[in-house]
Design a protein around this ligand. Sequence first.
Ligand code: 5AD
Ligand code: SF4
Length: 482
Amino acid sequence: MSDLYEKYFKKPSIKEARKRKSTSTETIHIETPVNLKAIGHGKRYKLMTYGCQGNEADSETMRGIIERLGFTSTDSEVDADIIILNTCAIRENAENRIFGELGRLKQYKRTNPDLILGVAGCMPQEEQVVERLLKSYPYVDLIFGTHNIHKLPEYLESALYNKERVVEVFSDEGQIVENLPKIRDHKHKAYVNIMYGCDEFCTYCVVPYTRGKERSRDPRHIIDEVHELVKAGYQEVTLLGQNVNSYGRDFTDKTYTFANLLEALNNIDIARVRFTTSHPKDFDEATVKVLAKGGNLMPHIHLPVQSGSDKVLKKMNRKYTKESYLKLVNTIYKYIPDASITTDIIVGFPTEEKEDFEQTLDLVRQSKFEGAFTFIFSAREGTPAAKYKDDTEMQTKKSRLQTLNQIINDGYLRGNKRFEGKVVHVLVDGVSRNNPEILAGYSEHNKLVNFKGNQTLIGNIVPVYIEEAKTWFLKGRYHEST
Ligand code: 5AD
Ligand code: SF4
């Protein structure tokens, strides 16, 4: 849109994003301004979400706001008046995919010059991305980051009706915004943010810059949200935070920890509570002991280790050792013998040598992981590790990843095998992607289960007898006698 001129113009700054204020976090309660309520009447939007559960949760809020303005959702780019990409910056290939998608979407601006194209989420939090968007993607009308979703009504009005290009990205915002509307993706399971941001600064990671300082939500707001979800018929909540184990560390007016929060939720009538993601250095025994109470606290723990080499862990600024990680894993197995532990691992981090990688393999074997997300290191501009000398060939990194994945896949199968001949309880999500006659859902241990059953079971937690374990899922039959 050549006649667009810039109204807001606030670009992100890595320097600003690095700042961590010692002041307590301000919580604001927002209402959608009444005079904007109808701006989307008769108009359609398409929202595309990339990346982690944090982004999925943000997209649910964006949908809530956009639909309250009167827009209706569409899957078709041709029909859309607005297309927004909620982006991910965690690795270079995630970003490349999104730039590619923007290139593809350009054609719809030609056929519909009034189409508003927006880029939101983590990528706009990076200085160099905004520069590139402004320079090479002039047809992008709307750029905003992770801290200003609540200002969407203003941005959409400016872009749609005043034909103004909107670029607004805050770098060091420390607010928590409560009360925003949400349209959730699922009817039976829900994400609940317990905190935002991250203060860990692992040297490879862009998240502390894109998501800002760590801010914990007030436990009352979290508990109220879970009560509301129960009332609305939800069976499962997944608590979200970059390091849930440091929940409450930023409270200045009270002492309240993640273990306290789990204990409170353990007494609420929601069938299942999950959480992600954990940081090994802050996962304390008190939390393990609360989890051991069971009940609605599910026995699956995602515990990213990243590497098994002390040298590499130090370079990554992870603040634990192979030995202390294994000690934590053993504590978890001691209190929760049937726990399922999964992890994240980065191979090919700068300075990782053969011996370091072997330490990782040894840790993987000892930890008895039942699954993992594995990645090759990706240098992110502005992070310390991007400047580390990295002289390992890509081919070596790829072959390390392959070796690792073989062991990880054995762990998936071993983790599934232990349920053969047993009855598990499955929250039924819907029909299987490959076969509409088969139902699919997840067990207590977060294992994907496929079984034959009536579609009326969708949304319920049902007993399923496991007949066969495959690497990626369990095959079972509905266990009617229970
Ligand atoms: N390169 C590769 N993997 C990364 N992760 C985070 N940053 C990077 C990076 N720069 C991985 C970590 C983290 C997961 C969400 O993504 O393993 O736990
Ligand atoms: Fe990134 Fe480390 Fe924070 Fe996780 S804990 S989001 S890896 S900086």
